[in-house]
Each structure stands twice: as structure tokens, then as C-alpha cells.
Design a protein around this ligand. Structure first.
Ligand code: SF4
Length: 218
């Protein structure tokens, strides 16, 4: 459960910024431009009353992670509320991750090739030359499609990415254990279970991509 611990600083909660809508070359060269992003995805922070509206809170933890001198967390959270929200709004998980991770990351990064442009939903850079391309898949049934999308993105961007090592990551929101052996068909891809990702962030204070991979694999 998330609660306000310092009502004098409640005004600090509101808008945050994320790297969004820039082209891949700028992202790789660290020429960032930022977009405003509302901190609480479910509008559960009541600033005028300095409180969290508990039945609106989806346990994303952003308010606590980004301003832990204002918000407290007692280690109890509702995994289902978070997952339900992600199922309705897949793009939220990308924005959430880019705010959670401490490495440079950006969402909706555009890449052009073969006379077409594609948007990379989430890219995370781990210096000096490692890039993670991340795709979210709502159910285990869509794994193949998500994998093909990542491969297409890499092929389209091969000129820009030629001097980088690339890790392909798929986060599955509703992971079905029956698909565990099926994942072996994609040996060069890392699969993360969204429930484990949330747990790693909230309970293990895991905010680096490599730790998240270690703790959250399917
Ligand atoms: S944990 Fe997430 S949903 Fe809940 S109040 Fe904080 S920012 Fe809003």
C-alpha cells in the first residue's frame, strides 16, 4: 500500500518527463528530447487532500520510486490491479519501465530504412555499446508476433545499430507456464514475466535492466 508520508511536499507529485518520440540516431548519440508524462497513471493522487485514493491506485509504485521522501510503501501491493491496467493500456508498461529504469531509455523511438519508418516501443541503452530492444506482449499466444516485430526493427535499423550488441527482450503480461518449452524456439531472446518484473521493482528495488533480467525471467 502506498501512502503519503510528507504532505508538505505533496506538490512535488504531478508531471514527470520521459524521452519520447525522437529518432534512433539522436537516441544513440544521446541527443534527447523529453515529453511530459503524468506521474500517476490512474489519477490516484489527491494533491489537495495530500492522500492516495486507494481504490484507484494500481500499485505501479512510480510515486514512491520517484519521490520516496513523500510517499511510503509497506511492501503490500495489488499485482492484479497493475496487470489489469497493463492489459487495457499496453503502452503504459513501456512508459512505466522507462521511468523505473536508471539506464538511458526512451519510448516510441523512430527508425527508418527500406523507405519506411517504424517505431521502437522501448529501447534501453547500457553503456558503452549494448542496446536492449523491448517489446510487450499481452498474452503468451502473441510471442511469435512480438519476436518478428523485434527482428524487423533490428533489420530496419541495422546501419545505425551496426556497432552495438543487441539484446532482444519480450515482456509477457499474462504468461502461461504451458508455453515455457515453446520459448526455447527463440534462443536469442530473453522473456520476462511482467508479474516478476513488478515484484522485482517493488520488493527488490531493482532498477537496472541487467538485474531485472536476472530476477524476472519466465
Ligand atoms: S503507486 Fe502508482 S497508481 Fe498508486 S498512487 Fe502511486 S503512482 Fe498512482
Amino acid at each position: 500500500m502506498f501512502t503519503v508520508s510528507n504532505d508538505k511536499k505533496i506538490n512535488q507529485l504531478g508531471i514527470t518527463k520521459i524521452v519520447k518520440n525522437i529518432n534512433l540516431v539522436d537516441f544513440l548519440n544521446e541527443v534527447y528530447s523529453y515529453s511530459d508524462n503524468i506521474l500517476c497513471p490512474s489519477h490516484a493522487i489527491d494533491i489537495s487532500n495530500a492522500s492516495i485514493i486507494q481504490n484507484k491506485c494500481i500499485s505501479c509504485g512510480l510515486c514512491w520510486l520517484l519521490t520516496n521522501d513523500v510517499i511510503s510503501f509497506d511492501q503490500n501491493y495489488n499485482e492484479n490491479d497493475f496487470m489489469d491496467f497493463c492489459k487495457k493500456n499496453k503502452m503504459f508498461l513501456y512508459a512505466w519501465l522507462t521511468l523505473v529504469l536508471k539506464e538511458c531509455s526512451g519510448i516510441e523511438i523512430s527508425s527508418s530504412g527500406y523507405s519506411r519508418t517504424k517505431r521502437i516501443p522501448l529501447i534501453v541503452s547500457e553503456k558503452p555499446h549494448l542496446i536492449h530492444i523491448i517489446s510487450v506482449c499481452l498474452s503468451s499466444k502473441n510471442i511469435e508476433k512480438a519476436y518478428a516485430e523485434i527482428d524487423d526493427t533490428i533489420d530496419l535499423s541495422k546501419t545505425e545499430l551496426r556497432s552495438y550488441s543487441i539484446k532482444k527482450i519480450i515482456i509477457i503480461v499474462d504468461f502461461d507456464e504451458e508455453y515455457l518449452t515453446f520459448l526455447n524456439n527463440f534462443q536469442d531472446c530473453i522473456f520476462l514475466d511482467a508479474k516478476k518484473v513488478l515484484k522485482s521493482v517493488l520488493l527488490n528495488n531493482c532498477r537496472s535492466i541487467s538485474k531485472l533480467i536476472n530476477l524476472s525471467e519466465c
